[in-house]
Design a protein around this ligand. Structure first.
Ligand code: DON
Length: 304
């Protein structure tokens, strides 16, 4: 028998089809050229059952949704104290690519903005030749399949990466970067170009919802303390300068990506993932936000 959850996700998908505002990311040529009408939604319970609707098999680049997971890996490998020496946990209230470092410490304010994500990536990848291998292995453990880099997206982003390179050189100058700036940005861009679909993302989100246990394999992928740290930072910083609007309207820890994905985590319950490439002024998927708002309202997901 068809699950009522699938009917519900179909209704979310169809009920938001009128949201066609916004535009695809313009600063990465490959993303600018994406089909703006594709869309999908997925939900994964902490028991590991995944439900999806729309273009659920369509793969797109993970982009900034990679950041909480790279942060989780850094916490597991280096411990919270060492990671905090490199990147803080304060919301910036600024755009994701702002050239902002803490005035006193020189650290990026948090691991969700690009400066903090480049510093985090460098920590994870510092002794690897191909810095992204460890991150990809981690994504593969989370999704239960081999996650690969979309080389076209990675090359496209590297062709317009001056701003991220500038950030990395600034980080090196203030002593906060564990790799050479160019290698750090190349690795970070490849991390962001990892190719996933909404089912993968819902499962990754559900692992965070499930205290770090991948719900389909039962493997403790990261410890509970790590998930608490990651989810706290997602709640306060995951939606950048829209973090306040997001938390009041939707009320769960989340992270967006410029290819049009958003993940949301309801601890102990579900991981959610949505996709639609047109972005609002904050760089968050416009229809994706609409889908998340509806699901939060309908299912009473708001944590407050
Ligand atoms: O570094 C960048 O600009 C991209 N690779 C990721 C930015 C991103 O996804 C922002 N999120 N909405």
């Amino acid at each position: 028998m068809r699950s009522p959850i699938l009917d519900y996700l179909d209704a979310i998908f169809e009920g938001t089809a009128h949201v066609t505002s916004g535009a695809t990311a313009d600063y990465i040529p490959d993303l600018a050229a994406a089909d703006p009408d594709r869309a999908a939604v997925a939900l994964c319970t902490v028991n590991g059952t995944v439900y999806a609707s729309g273009d659920a098999d369509h793969r797109f680049s993970i982009q900034s949704m990679s950041k909480p997971f790279a942060y989780a890996l850094a916490l597991e490998e280096h411990g919270v104290a060492r990671v905090l020496e490199h990147v803080g946990v304060e919301p910036s209230g600024e755009a994701f690519n702002e050239l902002s470092l803490d005035r006193e410490t020189g650290r990026p304010l948090n691991p969700m903005i690009n400066a903090g994500a480049i510093a985090t990536h460098a920590l994870v990848a510092q002794d690897e030749d191909d810095g992204v291998d460890r991150v990809l292995r981690f994504f593969s453990t989370l999704t239960g399949r081999d996650v690969e880099v979309d080389e076209s997206v990675a090359a496209s982003e590297m062709s317009t990466a001056s701003r991220n390179l500038g950030l990395a050189y600034l980080l090196e100058a203030t002593g906060g970067l564990a790799r050479h700036p160019r290698a750090a940005v190349e690795g970070y861009v490849r991390q962001c170009a990892a190719s996933v679909d909404v089912r993968d993302l819902a499962l990754m989100a559900a692992t965070l919802a499930n205290g770090g246990v991948q719900p389909q394999t039962g493997e403790q992928v990261v410890c509970r303390e790590t998930t608490r740290q990651v989810l706290s930072v997602m709640a306060s910083c995951g939606m950048y300068d829209a973090a306040g609007d997001w938390f009041t309207a939707v009320g769960i820890p989340a992270k967006s990506g410029v290819a049009g994905g958003i993940i949301g985590v309801l601890p102990g319950q579900v991981g959610l993932a949505v996709f639609s490439p047109r972005l609002d002024a904050h760089g968050n998927s416009a229809r994706g936000v609409a889908m998340m708002e509806r699901m939060s309202d309908d299912m009473g997901l708001h944590l407050m």
